[in-house]
Every structure is written in C-alpha cells, then in structure tokens.
Design a protein around this ligand. Structure first.
Ligand SMILES: Nc1nc2c(ncn2[C@@H]2O[C@H](COP(=O)(O)OP(=O)(O)O)[C@@H](O)[C@H]2O)c(=O)[nH]1
Ligand SMILES: [Mg+2]
Length: 457
C-alpha cells in the first residue's frame, strides 16, 4: 500500500483510489452553504478532542516512536534557483542516472561544509519542546495515531508554525486583551481591524470578520478564550468556503495541472515539490517545460525533474512555442499512461497581453488534445507579497480559468493572513502551501492546521 500524500491517507490497492470517503476534510465539506453565514461558536470544534494528560501521553508515544525511526534522517535538498542563462540542448531528460554532482557549478548552491552542517542538524533528534507538543496536538486532533507519524510531518508543522510566529504572537497577545469584556467598543474594533490588516487579511475579509465578531459579542458575553475560539472557527470557515475537498489526482487517468503565476512566485519550485509528492504517492508523473521564455527556466525545471525522479519534456530550440511543448508532453503522457502531467509556464513575457494569450493558447491545446483529462489550473502566489501579490494575481484569475491557489513562502516573512484574503478576494480554494525551498516543503492545505499555526496560545 502506498501512502497518498495528496489524500493524506493510504491508497486502496484496487485502483479506485479517488474515493475520498476517508478524507478527514470530507465531512466538513458537506456543510457547504459556505462562507456567507458565520458559524455558531462551539467550544470544542477547534480544540483537540483529547484532554491534556492524554495529549501528553500521545506526544510521548509519538516521540519515542520517532526516536526509534531516527536511524534514517530525512534528506532535504538545497534550493534550485533559476540560473541567469544557459543553453538548453536536450529533448527529454531522463530522470534516473542524473545526480547533483553532475550539475554545473552555477547550479551548486551549497558548499560541502554547508551541506555537512545541514545534514548533521537534520540527523539531530527533534527536541521534545513546546513546538513538538503543538505539532502533536495538531496531529492528534486529526485522529492520527502516535506510532504512525513521521519526523517530516513534525518538521513540516514546526516550520509552518515558525514561519507564522511573528504574526501569531502579535495577534494572540493583543486579541486576548481586546476581547472577552462584553461587546466591542469603538477602540477595540479599531484595534482588531488594525491587527487583521497588518496580518494581510485585506479590507474585504476584515470587514466581514469584524461584522460577525461584533454581532457575536453583542449577543453573548464570551470570555477571551471562547471569543478567540469563535474567531478561529470563523476564519477556518472562511478558508473552507470555496470548497475544502482535497485536490487528489485521479488514478489510472490523465490529470493535467497547469501551473501559472508571476515570475518568482515559486511555480518551478512548486512543480518540483508536486512531482516529488506525486512520485512518492505512486502516480506516473511527467513535467512539461513550457516556460520557454528563457532557456535558464528550462534548465531549472529539468533539475527539479531529476531530483524528483520525474521525466521532463522540453524543446531544444530557443524560444520554442510553449503550446507545442505542451502538445508534445500530452502525446508523451498518453503514450506512457501518465497519470499526472505538471505544466510549468512563463510568468513574464513582453507584456501582459502576450502572457495571457500564451496561457490561453496552452489551455486550448490541452482542451483539444486531452479531451478526457482532468484539468486543474493552479495559481502560484508568493505569500510574502501580501496584498501586492494579490493585485498581480487578479489578472491571472480573470483570464486563465484558475481553479485553485498554491500559496508559497510561508516559511519566510509572510504574515499568513493573506490566505484569508486570497479566498475572500479571489474566491478560490487554497490547494497547497509551500513553506521552504526543499523538495518536501509542500503540503495539501489544511485550514485547521493553518489556523492553529496562525492563532494559538
Ligand atoms: N523560502 C521559500 N522560498 C521559496 C519557496 N518557494 C519558492 N521559493 C524560492 O523562490 C524563488 C523563485 O522560485 P521559482 O520556483 O523559480 O519561481 P517561478 O519564477 O515562479 O518559477 C526561488 O529562489 C525559490 O527557491 C518557499 O516555499 N519558501
Ligand atoms: Mg519558473
């Protein structure tokens, strides 16, 4: 049995793996009158179902189980930056046989000493600290068994939480002092609004949150922790509004995911991570290098393909027609029974119109040539850009038939609230989040995990 990282559960072996009845998020999606109505507050819905002493026992069991596994530290890779320029020569790059040692010096971003230090730090055991306990709580609350979890799940949650540290600490400390004293007065309203705007939640979502919060606190006197629990529930509800079913490629058929977004948003890196996730989850996967605007971009995606163990279909001629690359890739995918074809695209051309025309052309080719494929068009957004990133994204979301968002760089200076702005302003579900430059630093989006990382304490 293969662990399907897209579903976050094991695939059944009969091939009908897209049965999502086991999805932990499935149940919540049934209540999907979505978004417009704020939820009723409930005391437990965002609290872990295990009482504290049990949580500690859970965490201890998980910790000793991880220590037993620790013989094989998790390998993570250095980032692959888009090189400044390089000729592109080959048509199809076979994934196997290639290694980073063979890379030209301009792709080797890490010295031997740096690599050694990094590997040593990876081999060190995770400390049993507050952040481990928090990760354990998040996993336990999702019904996971302590003996099943892996060190990379803990590392991932810790990284996500750490990325949102600044926002979380500022939000939680100030919120505690602002709510819990009955209805909000004008000063408190203004202060909470400011907090949300600083966290990149955006004006539209902030207005909606404030209206719901004020109404609730007028109706009921809630102590600070319950008022904050209500706010968390409200935010989670907003994040789930466009549909919180996980995006899982269907087995035994062609799925095509078109990856779009402005330059530098993290498209190529996301392709590498998705290819790795798909490979690990047992999908026959292929990449189309349809960002032909610069030869260096083709080289970069080829390197990611090598890392993930996934073949890359590219065109050797400079400035090749991206739609032709996609055509070739679909032909190859059909011949090989590929299940997931990931299409890298350019984020910048001579002008916006050219870019949109090119994306439309790629889309037409896909629709025409792969009539039975399941097609997703994912917009990659750099979370550190906040509202500016959203403005840039609006043009894509209008013209490229986008079906979902991948939010990247949540490990950096991102304030996190932008996730709520994305959903409110673009009306699109967040499908994956990236928090790091390594191949494993991507996960299907979970509104529960995200809100716990954003507001907790
Ligand atoms: N810290 C961090 N950096 C990222 C993440 N995703 C991408 N990057 C970096 O962002 C830069 C641009 O990424 P790239 O994939 O080339 O963007 P593209 O132009 O949209 O294809 C690279 O230096 C990546 O390593 C992330 O989740 N976290
Ligand atoms: Mg790129």
């Amino acid at each position: 049995m293969v662990f399907n990282w897209f579903k976050r559960s094991f695939d059944r072996t009969d091939g009908r793996s897209n049965d999502s009845s086991n999805d932990p998020q499935e149940e919540r999606s049934s209540d999907q009158s979505a978004g417009s109505q704020p939820p009723e507050p409930s005391q437990q819905s965002l609290e872990p179902p295990v009482p504290q002493p049990d949580l500690l026992a859970w965490a201890k069991t998980a910790y000793s189980s991880l220590q037993q596994q620790s013989g094989s530290p998790i390998e993570s890779e250095p980032p692959i930056a888009e090189p400044s320029d390089a000729p592109s020569e080959q048509e199809t790059v076979p994934a196997d046989g290639a290694s980073t040692e063979l890379l030209p010096f301009w792709l080797q971003t890490e010295t031997d000493a740096e690599r050694q230090a990094r590997l040593e730090s990876l081999a060190a055991p995770e400390p049993f600290d507050e952040s481990f306990l928090w990760s354990a709580q998040v996993l336990a609350a999702q019904g996971r068994q302590p003996t099943e979890i892996t060190v990379d799940e803990i590392k991932w949650l810790k990284r996500l939480r750490q990325g949102l540290d600044k926002t979380r600490l500022s939000l939680i400390n100030q919120l505690k002092s602002l709510v819990g004293q009955g209805p909000l007065d004008a000063d408190a309203v203004e202060a909470i609004e400011a907090l949300l705007l600083q966290a990149d939640v955006g004006v539209a979502a902030t207005d909606r949150i404030m209206a719901a919060l004020q109404q609730k606190l007028r109706q009921e006197i809630l102590p600070p922790d319950l008022a904050i629990a209500y706010l968390k529930e409200l935010l989670q509800h907003m994040l789930d509004a466009p549909g919180d079913r996980l995006l899982v490629p269907e087995k035994n058929q062609l799925n095509i995911w078109l990856i779009t977004g402005v330059n530098g948003a993290g498209k190529t890196t996301t392709i590498g991570k998705l290819a790795h996730t798909a490979q690990q989850s047992g999908y026959r996967t292929l990449i189309a290098a349809a960002d032909t605007f610069r030869a260096a971009a083709v080289e970069q995606v080829k390197t990611w393909g090598e890392r993930a163990g996934v073949d890359v279909i590219a065109n050797p001629t400079a400035n090749a027609d991206p739609a032709a690359v996609v055509f070739d890739a679909i032909t190859a995918a059909q011949a090989r029974n590929t299940e997931l074809l990931l299409v890298d695209t350019a984020g910048r051309l001579q002008n916006k119109k050219n870019l949109m025309d090119e994306l439309s052309k790629i889309r037409r080719i896909i629709d025409k040539k792969a009539t039975h494929a399941r097609i997703e068009s994912l917009l990659v957004l750099d979370a550190t850009l906040g509202q500016n990133g959203l403005k840039q994204a609006e043009v894509f979301s209008k013209s490229a038939g986008i079906t979902g968002v991948v939010l990247t760089k949540l490990d950096g200076t991102a304030k996190g609230g932008v996730a709520i702005a994305v959903v409110e302003q673009l009306g699109l579900p967040i499908r994956f989040i990236g928090a790091g430059e390594g191949i494993q630093d991507l996960r299907p989006f979970s509104s529960y995990e995200f809100i716990e990382a954003l507001i907790n304490g």
